[in-house]
Ligand binder design. Structure first.
Ligand SMILES: Nc1ncnc2c1ncn2[C@@H]1O[C@H](COP(=O)(O)OP(=O)(O)OP(=O)(O)O)[C@@H](O)[C@H]1O
Ligand SMILES: CCCCCCCCCCCCC/C=C/[C@@H](O)[C@H](CO)NC(=O)CCCCC
Ligand SMILES: [Ca+2]
Length: 466
């Protein structure tokens, strides 16, 4: 063609396993006016997409995971943002809590979203900064465990560059930087439940993925000393913790989540546009309207369980990750205002191994006599050691017996406390109070999409124009 006119359209192409890729197609035309009309029409259509971010604040942890955060952002993500005309202010962290502290100072209203490049710990930092800033600006006291927290409308995007990347995997279906960047560009939005953790009217932490005592707390505590090993530290400490086989004694109280239709033993999992999340949120909103300022949870029943546990896990989402593609609780929901409480009671090493292996295959990990699972909206835990110390009984023998159970010298039951693993950060408190806050924040994601065979077969389908 003599002097043809042309324009290129960049679009998202869906590939296998929830992966998204950027593709392009160039249109040629001999008529210049017609070509310009097309360009104008496409630009106008893009302007109408109000959910798409124009200005982002980006935090990069250069030391997360395999220390590739900066390279991943510069080589894989920044070129896509510039193609989509997104402007960015990039901040490379120099220490832990740098991003969190910075979020209390920046002019946050300037941005349509915050992006964190790193792992679950980095996400947690950014989330604490944003939620904390929101409560501070609204005069909400985070130390009050019953305070109704203000929702955070600034979305967070996660570019996975950590060791587990469980939050990214559980909300997108894969931990892949390009896929996550494309979800940010098209302006996806996924609400997320957040649980607050308190001790004696003092705020400790927020959690969105795992709050684990015993097995996962011990793995984390050991692995922190081996950060130099990178993501491998979890395999090393996981094996060591498995062999040590410690169990811990304590009292658990919880309020069952009655507002939701779902159950942790459901066969269906939370997927894009999940109706269980939608209905549960509506049900909670109606309850809140009815009760007004009165705290409805004060009136609801508490269940109490005492025992010896190898693991106590509270999960707000499935906690799926490359190590366990179905996660700790495969049917947990991202935005239903509830968490799944998984109790693994004292059992043999062999049984515990059978339980762990089921996280990696299709068998039901809750189908064991020593495993119980409950869907809850609030939860409390006090370790036996703390209960004993607080009680008036002055059993000197008990206090001087050492680390292990006084009932049976051969018992694996540890008198010392474990620590909590709170989204990959350690939390040293032997008594905690946890409350789920329905849809407190939003991510640039859309939840895991149903596996659509047609989408992977017909890969050239134009999904979303960039
Ligand atoms: N510049 C920095 N130097 C040291 N620590 C940092 C820095 N920036 C952030 N951090 C801290 O590093 C911790 C771990 O980071 P991150 O979550 O990115 O990686 P990871 O622990 O390898 O991955 P995962 O959390 O997925 O297991 C975070 O809690 C964060 O507070
Ligand atoms: C014989 C084979 C047995 C295999 C068993 C595999 C079971 C894997 C379950 C994985 C659960 C991950 C839960 C996610 C927790 C994150 O918030 C946290 C921060 O990134 N990661 C860890 O604590 C890191 C936790 C790492 C655990 C290994
Ligand atoms: Ca939930």
């Amino acid at each position: 063609m003599a002097k043809p006119h042309a324009f290129t359209v960049y679009y998202v192409k869906k590939a296998r396993n929830h992966r998204w890729r950027c593709s392009d197609v160039t249109f040629w035309c001999v008529d210049e006016q017609l070509c310009n009309q097309w360009i104008q029409a496409l630009k106008e259509l893009l302007e109408l997409q109000k959910a798409r971010p124009k200005q982002l604040l980006v935090y990069i942890n250069p030391y997360g995971g395999k220390r590739q955060g900066k390279r991943i952002y510069e080589q894989k993500v920044a070129p896509l943002f510039s193609l989509a005309s997104i402007s960015t202010d990039v901040f490379i962290t120099e220490r832990a809590n740098h991003a969190k502290d910075n979020l209390f100072e920046v002019n946050i209203n300037k941005y349509d979203g915050v992006v964190c490049v790193g792992g679950d710990g980095m996400f947690s930092e950014v989330m604490h900064g944003l939620i904390g800033r929101m409560q501070k600006d609204s005069g909400i006291d985070q130390n009050n465990p019953k305070a109704p927290l203000v929702q955070c409308n600034i979305r967070i995007g996660i570019i996975p560059a950590g060791s587990t990347d469980c939050i990214c995997y559980s909300t997108v279906g894969i931990s892949d930087p390009v896929t996550s960047a494309l979800h940010i560009i098209v302006g996806d939005s996924q609400p997320l439940d957040v649980s607050s953790v308190h001790h004696n009217n003092t705020f400790l932490k927020y959690t969105v993925s795992l709050l684990g005592y015993g097995f996962y707390g011990d793995i984390l505590k050991d692995s922190e000393k081996k950060r130099w090993m990178g993501p491998m530290r979890y395999d090393y400490s996981g094996f060591k913790t498995f062999l040590s086989h410690h169990c811990y004694e304590g009292t658990i109280s919880f309020q069952p989540a009655k507002h939701t239709l779902g159950s942790p033993r459901d066969k269906d999992s939370c997927r894009t546009g999940c109706h269980i999340c939608r209905q549960s949120e509506q049900q909670l909103a109606e309850q809140r309207k009815k009760c007004g300022l009165k705290h409805e949870e004060d009136e609801e029943e508490w269940k109490v369980i005492k025992g010896k546990f190898l693991a106590i896990n509270v999960v707000n989402m499935s906690c799926a990750c490359p190590r366990s593609p179905k996660g700790l609780s495969p049917a947990a929901h991202l935005a239903d205002g509830s968490a799944d409480l998984i109790l693994v009671r004292k059992c043999s090493r062999f049984d515990f191994l059978r339980y762990l292996v089921r996280h990696t295959n299709q068998d039901d990990q809750f189908d064991f006599s020593f495993v119980d699972v409950y869907r809850v909206k609030s939860f409390q835990f006090t370790s036996k050691l703390l209960e004993d110390n607080e009680s008036d009984v002055t059993d000197i023998g008990k206090k001087h017996f050492g680390r292990f159970c006084r009932d049976h010298p051969a018992c694996c039951c540890n008198i010392a406390n474990s620590t909590w693993n709170c989204d990959g950060e350690t939390l040293d408190s032997s008594a905690i109070e946890v409350r789920v806050h329905c849809q407190l924040m939003k991510l640039f994601a859309r939840g895991i999409e149903e596996n659509c065979k047609e989408a992977s077969r017909n890969q050239s389908r134009v999904e979303q124009l960039l």
